[in-house]
Design a protein around this ligand. Sequence first.
Ligand code: SAM
Length: 324
Amino acid sequence: MNAEILTPESKPVSVEAQLARLKSDSLKTLALIKQVHEVLRKQGGELQNQHAQLDRLSAEGMFSNYYFHCPIDYEKETYPPDLGTPRYVEGEDLPLPPPDYRPGYAPNDDQLYLKWGKSDHRQICDIVKKHHAGYDGLTVLDFGCSSGRVLRHFFAEHRAHGWKPIGIDIQAKLIEWTRRYFPKELTVMCGSAHPHLPFEDNSIDVIYGISVFTHTKYLWDTWLMEFKRVLKPGGLCMQSVQCEAAWEFYHAHRNEKWVADGHPAAMLREPHMTRDYLYYGDPSVSQVFYRKDVILDFWGRYMEVVDFLPPPEFSYQNWIVLKK
Ligand SMILES: C[S@@+](CC[C@H](N)C(=O)[O-])C[C@H]1O[C@@H](n2cnc3c(N)ncnc32)[C@H](O)[C@@H]1O
């Protein structure tokens, strides 16, 4: 072939040269396409890995714990769960949940379980007496009530002072247990990790949460705004939080497996909390720490901070008290 092709620069290029260039370009394009496919294939694999991980966490009931809601099970057909055998203790009006239904709180020691709950209950009553205008007929919300370790003790205030105790938790099984075994005067319901409460504006006098914001890594500020919405003017919100005392407690126990496995490297390394805050972990094992001056500043932007208390008996968590 002798034909010549004029290039844009008007330099004649032979057809053979042009075909050779086209062939070379196509090979380069093919190589490029192969590379792109390879990248996509790898990404697909990675996405599959991520999905597999999420599926595993969901199946273990961990992902939903602190993400959206933890249902009774993940089966297509859900039947009433086995709630175990309740424990009855002399002198105690309400039954105690069996060990599996007391996550993290004296599962095998009934007396300690009761003592611990009573101690937190007493602390809440003391704060209400100190900071709330009245003591009768209060509507009180236990945010993250679990199977009612503390809520159960407010049956006494219901009878003596007309209180209306309510408990909410994202773990459906625990709520199912309290619904089955507590009297209906203690209202319980399932909640969501999304910052929403099923209550009207200005309808609650006191909200307390024990060891909930210690794990609330996401949207804590929106939660505070939601508490503010449902609290009556003058209403109280008290939460246990992890500050310097908790940091130092964990640091002192850094060589124990349960601490080493579930806590941030900085906290294991540094004896004192110098950082403003630390939000650690994935949804299932998150731990949240604030320095005292920082939480007073951050939380004080949403409601007035009226108290900051040292850790009570059995605990290394401080309590912060806010007023609407
Ligand atoms: C460490 S446990 C403490 C349980 C209880 N407050 C006590 O002191 O016995 C934290 C609880 O908060 C619940 N929780 C976490 N996020 C929640 C949310 N957004 N709404 C309701 N409950 C929540 C968990 O399901 C869990 O039962």
